[in-house]
Design a protein around this ligand. Structure first.
Ligand SMILES: [Zn+2]
Ligand SMILES: [Zn+2]
Ligand SMILES: [Zn+2]
Length: 258
């Protein structure tokens, strides 16, 4: 996988300056940078009783960045959000931001987990486009939770079309769903990029709430598969695994089966 090969095999990082960090893959982990769950490639130093782990996007974060959703606003990388740290949430996924963030002091303060900041602006899947938006629409239900109001609406969503009917998918919903399988895997310390994937039956169950015309059921089934693949890509990025972006689409255990 090209993106994995492009990463340096060893780095030194100010967060653990005494040790080289090695690029590795395997068990699910908690990133010691952003404090968020991870799965897939990571930079690590093994202390024996525990390890120091960083998402690759956290380890290789740039000093400043601009994000396509925020135009000219400049974000600055920080090892912690500015105080009060305990109140800080990621403006992409809506979850707590307690460690590494990209911070912008404008607009009342914006913070992004480094992995969330690396979500693709658009995903093309089976000739359908999913476009990243800063918030979900009031008039479109989320394809996963079925809600069109509530707290999650205020955070990032991917927008697409189902036979003329618009649909948003909350990034927060995908993260929450994947976190459940991540937690089980983390407790058992069993590994593999497969952990953070969405099964077609998961997706199907969640899409039951979509208020589409039942007569278009066959079209919906196809759309469920497409969303499943797109969700796998998004989840992989949120958990710090750009490799799975390709694997989820092409892999034998991927969502294109059946
Ligand atoms: Zn991280
Ligand atoms: Zn986030
Ligand atoms: Zn939702």
């Amino acid at each position: 996988m090209k993106q994995f090969e492009d990463l340096p095999a060893k780095i030194t990082h100010p967060a653990d300056p005494a040790h080289e960090l090695n690029l590795t893959d395997g068990v699910p982990f908690v990133c010691d940078g952003c404090k968020e769950p991870g799965c897939g490639p990571r930079y690590t130093h093994d202390y024996g009783s525990h390890s120091f782990d960083l998402h690759t996007c956290c380890a290789l974060a740039k000093g400043t960045m601009r994000h396509p959703l925020f135009g000219d606003l400049a974000f600055e990388f920080r090892t912690k959000p500015p105080p009060p740290v305990d109140d800080t949430i990621c403006d992409a996924c809506g979850e707590a931001a307690r460690g590494f963030v990209y911070h912008c002091s404008k607009k009342g303060g914006l913070d992004l987990h480094p992995c969330c900041a690396s979500l693709p602006e658009r995903i093309l899947q089976d000739s359908r486009v999913f476009e990243l938006r800063r918030e979900a629409s009031r008039s479109r239900p989320c394809g996963m939770c079925g809600e069109q109001s509530g707290r999650r609406r205020r955070f990032w969503a991917y927008r697409s079309n189902l036979d003329g009917e618009a649909m948003d998918i909350h990034v927060a919903c995908m993260k929450e769903m994947a976190r459940l399988s991540w937690q089980a895997a983390y407790q058992n310390r069993v590994g593999g990029g497969q952990i953070v994937q969405v099964s077609v039956s998961d997706m199907d169950r969640m899409l039951q709430s979509f208020p589409g015309n039942r007569a278009r059921r066959s079209g919906l089934d196809k759309f469920v598969k497409i969303i499943g693949t797109v969700a796998s890509i998004i989840i992989a990025v949120i958990f710090g695994n750009p490799v799975a972006m390709m694997a989820a689409i092409a892999g034998p255990g991927g969502l294109l089966r059946g």
